[in-house]
Design a protein around this ligand. Structure first.
Ligand code: GRF
Length: 227
């Protein structure tokens, strides 16, 4: 569908801290008409984040809100809210955003805040997920897209994708293969939201209007619903 005749585009604000390869995947999906979305702005807490250049290259407005310049987490979050609110986005997308958000920020954007985390949640919340999967001799690893709740990496999971762990893998290998699947499932999740197939009512994720007890599984380029 041509970009300018799309019936309803989901409007996004994307928060980044680093490379922004997930941001790039979202930009590419929009430009290839696979995602009916519009990025209103990209906000980075790090002035040197390479992801900012990806946004600028695509003529997307960017903002740097350097967390080091704010005395408290609340003040930093409030500065983001000041930028985000006038844009009235449908979704706020955390794409490698490495700051813990205040409860106020999370409540303010309740049901509209999603994150991608490089593990099969509830396994391995926080950092160093790839090394933890290796240390525990897991045979599979992956990524999860979830709504954000107060507790870190703990909100309801919408979709997961798995990869096999090979005995020769190190954390870098795993990180690279996890990123590959993230670049598929993040735009896909946003598109499901744009199509109104995914909703979140504060407690429960609904997929096609039915509660999702288990996350959707993405495999072989397709979604499986095992609920
Ligand atoms: C991704 O692996 C994502 O799951 C995690 O941070 C990484 C961000 O990568 N939250 P990028 O900045 O999108 O390249």
């Amino acid at each position: 569908m041509a970009k300018n005749v799309s019936p309803k585009k989901v409007s996004l604000v994307v928060l980044i801290s680093g490379d922004g390869s997930n941001l790039q995947a979202i930009i590419d999906a929009i430009n290839h008409h696979q995602l009916d979305a519009e990025i209103k702005t990209v906000i980075s807490n790090r002035p040197e984040a390479p992801g900012l250049r990806r946004a600028i290259k695509d003529n997307i407005t960017t903002h740097v809100i350097n967390h080091k310049e704010y005395p408290t987490r609340q003040a930093f979050d409030q500065a983001m809210i000041k930028i985000i609110d006038p844009l009235k986005p449908d979704l706020i997308i955390l794409a490698g955003f490495m700051r813990i958000l205040s409860e106020h920020f999370i409540d303010h954007y309740q049901n509209r805040l999603i994150n991608i985390h490089p593990s099969l949640l509830p396994k391995y919340k926080g950092l160093n997920t790839h090394q933890q999967a290796l240390d525990n001799k897991d045979i599979t690893h992956g990524s999860s897209v979830h709504f954000v709740s107060h507790e870190l990496d703990s909100g309801p999971v919408v979709i997961q994708a798995k990869i096999d762990i090979h005995h020769t893998d190190n954390a870098k290998d795993l990180a690279a293969r996890v990123l590959e699947i993230e670049h598929k499932i993040y735009p896909l999740t946003i598109q499901l939201f744009a199509q109104n197939r995914i909703k979140f009512n504060g407690n429960q994720v609904l997929f096609d209007n039915k509660p999702l007890k288990k996350p959707l599984l993405w495999k072989n380029e397709q979604i499986t619903n095992n609920n």
